[in-house]
Design a protein. Structure first.
Length: 53
């Protein structure tokens, strides 16, 4: 049982998950991922990221 109800998405967004193991310190991986607007430089399937709020 889940502590929250599952909801089906009503938009056209598709969810995708992947796991990749890389031999770098966690701090390096975190630094790359936490700089959101830079993600398209190392994840070419994403064209842009805009942080709002």
């Amino acid at each position: 049982l889940l502590p929250f109800p599952l909801k089906r998405s009503t938009d056209q967004t598709n969810l995708c998950r992947a796991v990749v193991e890389v031999e770098v310190p966690c701090s390096v991986a975190y630094d790359y991922y936490s700089e959101r607007e830079a993600i398209p430089r190392w994840m070419p399937m994403i064209s842009s990221v805009k942080v709002v709020g």
